[in-house]
Ligand binder design. Structure first.
Ligand SMILES: Cc1cc2nc3c(=O)[nH]c(=O)nc-3n(C[C@H](O)[C@H](O)[C@H](O)COP(=O)(O)O)c2cc1C
Ligand SMILES: C=C(O[C@@H]1CC(C(=O)O)=C[C@@H](OP(=O)(O)O)[C@H]1O)C(=O)O
Length: 362
């Protein structure tokens, strides 16, 4: 439904970028999970605006408050409500958009759909909403950690700067060591310099995030419509500015023959594994126990610091000026958002699998 996502682990987010607050209600979080507030805050800090010179300079502390559902540090099974107060909205930067539409933002479609629009900061269409997903994703991660499931995303491309190494060749513990969140420091420095250059031009640039989920047990995902990769795709495509999703060999895989692409089985101790993993850890919509990996493409940010032609509410041709504080590239801040949405999908499928009482994971 409109503002909710998930089945058994269900999140509802609320709030606008220039309203009072942004928050989330999680319904269906199992009881007895240790809710580590420091961990949730650290995850929010990874997404926070103003965190470095290559992101929006809006200064928000993004301090999370837990309003309900936690007692003596543990989840109680009641809805967990979490909230962040907005502190640094500059709504006058948006006055010129009250009756005008930015090219490729959501101004036009919101106006046409609802006939009313909170134009301040893009209102509900602002990526500020994603702080609520990151908070919920942190709770999901705390649950998944108990099962040994690890989720790590990183920046693998900015514009034409492509990290050629696969995730197996990278040290993913290095992701947080630079502000662009690329685990290869040499490439990271090039990406940072490039984003700074793009910002100077008043322009924006897109990029790709790769995400790896390790130790996911065999059997998550439902076989026909709610396939694990279909749900991951939906979750990723629901993130602002996302233009593409591929998992496993993805679009590159079409160049291979079946004889090259098939993942051959072998036995490792008492586990059945595959020698290669072009399937991306998912076969028939169900996890097979290998690493799940996927890639998410983000477009260049719509709001540019240049004059552009557009149209107003009256249908007249106008010129609009780029104003305010914007990300020259969303990718560095989207890394924790991708991880959070992956965690929400995985916890939901884990709970569904348990509820349906399937053979494994009992
Ligand atoms: C982390 C993040 C930060 C973003 N920052 C901006 C921004 O500063 N300015 C902007 O115009 N769009 C920004 N966006 C993208 C818009 O939110 C998005 O383009 C808008 O909601 C329209 O939706 P669509 O691009 O998915 O069609 C950001 C997206 C993400 C994920
Ligand atoms: C505030 C955040 O990012 C915002 C995302 C955003 C957009 O259009 O998506 C536009 C900008 O909004 P504003 O002009 O209101 O500052 C960004 O700063 C955030 O992520 O917390």
């Amino acid at each position: 439904m409109a503002n909710s996502y998930g089945n058994l682990f269900r999140i509802t987010t609320f709030g606008e970028s220039h309203g009072l607050a942004v928050g989330v209600v999680i319904d269906g979080c199992p009881a007895g999970i240790e809710i580590d507030l420091n961990f949730i805050q650290k995850e929010l800090d990874r997404r926070r605006p103003g965190q470095s010179a290559i992101v929006t300079q809006r200064k928000e502390s993004d301090q999370i408050q837990i309003l309900s559902g936690v007692f003596e540090g543990k989840s109680t099974g009641s809805p967990i409500a979490m909230l962040v107060w907005n502190e640094n909205a500059k709504s006058k930067d948006y006055t010129h958009l009250a009756e005008a539409f930015r090219p490729s933002h959501a101004d036009f479609t919101y106006q046409m759909k609802y006939g009313i629009r909170d134009y301040r900061g893009g209102g509900r269409s602002s990526a500020r909403e994603t702080l609520a997903r990151v908070a919920a994703g942190a709770v999901a991660k705390l649950f998944l950690k108990r099962l040994g499931i690890e989720i790590q995303a990183y920046t693998s491309q900015i514009g034409e700067l492509i990290l050629q190494k696969s995730y197996q060749e990278l040290d993913l513990s290095q992701v947080e060591n630079n502000e662009v969140r690329c685990p290869d420091n040499e490439m990271a420095q090039k990406m940072i310099a490039y984003i700074k250059e793009i910002r100077k031009q008043g322009d924006t640039i897109g990029g790709v995030i790769t995400c790896v989920c390790k130790n996911v047990p065999v059997g998550l995902g439902e076989p026909v419509f709610d396939k694990l990769h279909a749900e991951l795709g939906k979750a990723m495509l629901s993130i602002n500015a996302v233009k593409g999703f591929e998992y496993g060999s993805g679009f590159e895989g079409v160049k291979m023959k079946g004889s090259e692409h098939n993942d051959l089985f072998y036995k490792e101790n008492d586990k059945i594994r595959t020698k290669t993993n072009f399937s991306g850890g998912i076969q028939g919509g169900i996890s097979n126990g290998e690493d799940i990996y996927f890639r998410v493409a983000f477009k260049p940010v719509a709001t540019i610091m240049q004059n552009q032609e557009s149209i107003n509410l009256q249908g007249e041709n106008i010129e609009i000026t780029g104003k305010g504080r914007h990300d020259p590239c969303v990718v560095p801040r989207a890394v924790p958002i991708v991880e959070a949405m992956a965690a929400i999908v995985l916890i939901d499928f884990y709970l569904i699998h348990k509820a349906l009482n399937n053979k494994y994971l009992q």
